[in-house]
Design a protein around this ligand. Sequence first.
Ligand SMILES: Cc1cc2nc3c(=O)[nH]c(=O)nc-3n(C[C@H](O)[C@H](O)[C@H](O)COP(=O)(O)OP(=O)(O)OC[C@H]3O[C@@H](n4cnc5c(N)ncnc54)[C@H](O)[C@@H]3O)c2cc1C
Length: 463
Amino acid sequence: MKYDLIIIGGGLSGLAAGIRSAHFGNRVCILEQQGRVGGLNSYYHYQGRIFDIGLHAITNYVPRHIKSTPLAKTLRQLRLSYDDFQLLPQQISRITFPTKELRFTNDFNFFIQEISEKFPHQIDQFTKFVQSLKGYDEFSAKKEFVSTRQILQSFFFDPLLIEMLLCPLMFYGCSWENDIDFAQFSVLFRSIFCEGFARPQDGMSKIIQLLKTKYQHCGGELKTNCKVQKLHIHQNKVSEVHLSNGQTMKAEKIISCIGLPETKDLCTSWGGKTTNRTTTPRTGALSFMESIIILNTMPSQLTFDTTILFYNDSERFFYQRPKTLIDTSSGVICCPNNYQTEKPLPEGMIRLTNLANFTLWNGLDEEEYHIQKKFCLRESLKKVERFIPGLQDRILIHDIFTPKTIEKFTGRRQGAVYGTPDKTKDGLTPIKNLFICGTDQGYLGIVGAMLSGISMANAHILY
Ligand SMILES: Cc1cc2nc3c(=O)[nH]c(=O)nc-3n(C[C@H](O)[C@H](O)[C@H](O)COP(=O)(O)OP(=O)(O)OC[C@H]3O[C@@H](n4cnc5c(N)ncnc54)[C@H](O)[C@@H]3O)c2cc1C
């Protein structure tokens, strides 16, 4: 049988593209290499608990009555209701540098007030900058990289403010080292500072189930434990999809959410006359160590009320692949307990994120790998102790992902969570009937990935 559409990967973007395409009567099949869909934002069972792989926060949070935003658009296009996600807004988040701290909530006016108190000499420029973002359309923006640092320097003369604005936005979505494409920055600025953070009441498992059920109700087929091994290219089109179990499949069109370099690797040729970056996409350099810690107490008992804390130990923020296994000079501390809820989580939980070096982790033998995981967690915890005193004595269980884990389970080369710096914003590849959605199309995060799947289905399947 020939499908209208095969989707490679059941990440959030692939699921959203599948729902949208199947809803309008297309014969769609999603092929997912793992036993469960959700990709980087799925969940797993560990020591009698359900752990979310990637969830710190759903960005783009807005209250239900605000309509023309990415969250509202995503829900509308997937025919989901606001209540389906059961979103709990954050309490408060912090960006902490040695000499200053900026707090933010889901009320953007609170953040403006913070800037006016902590950077009174920059508040007029900040207002102008925010105004300029309102007229900026990221997706009609030029495809070439535009340096955010240069743009910020043209608005602000205090370098510390620039670093403090960059820190959370880079941690939550930047695939470039030490700078970020301005189109990407403006998406992140809106989704994190102007809109905000929330957590689904029961974590990602319900959302994943909801998307999967919706897709199947629309008539979509899903094959899990089904890895795509090769895309056979004939006359610059994908003619056959070869699976690792030896089967082959055919479709009019293919959408891939596994990443641009990863998709290129599957193709028997990668022709095309264009010579832009999408023809030779680089592997992303940035990956993380993520530690999930269950406590035998509640974080509030340790006087920690912050939802997400971004820290940096110096006045300059270095967002780059570290020269050591991990870089603890900056990091993210996320506390899933510190969302506004009437139904508190049964246990205290802290998630820690540090920049990490794939090559160094990958070079360790198995024994050393396990030793280093423990050592790096200890190093990471030392830095956290000043924000959550007593944390180290309260750990019940923990689990750690390294860049190697991320590569192993998601297929993202070198564990590059945010993909290649060479995005294909229109989703096109040099292969005529092959399109990219998700991280390497340029929208990322939970809402971003779903929006990407929707936009690419609308643009290339449903037009
Ligand atoms: C530790 C961590 C924390 C994060 N925290 C947050 C957060 O708090 N908030 C937020 O919004 N975002 C967060 N993210 C980012 C977010 O998870 C991603 O941006 C988003 O889920 C990407 O979705 P995607 O559909 O583009 O790709 P992916 O999720 O990578 O999906 C790709 C899918 O393709 C499958 N696949 C790969 N190769 C093949 C193949 N050959 N054949 C078949 N299937 C294949 C993979 O198994 C995977 O399921 C986090 C990510 C990580 C890793």
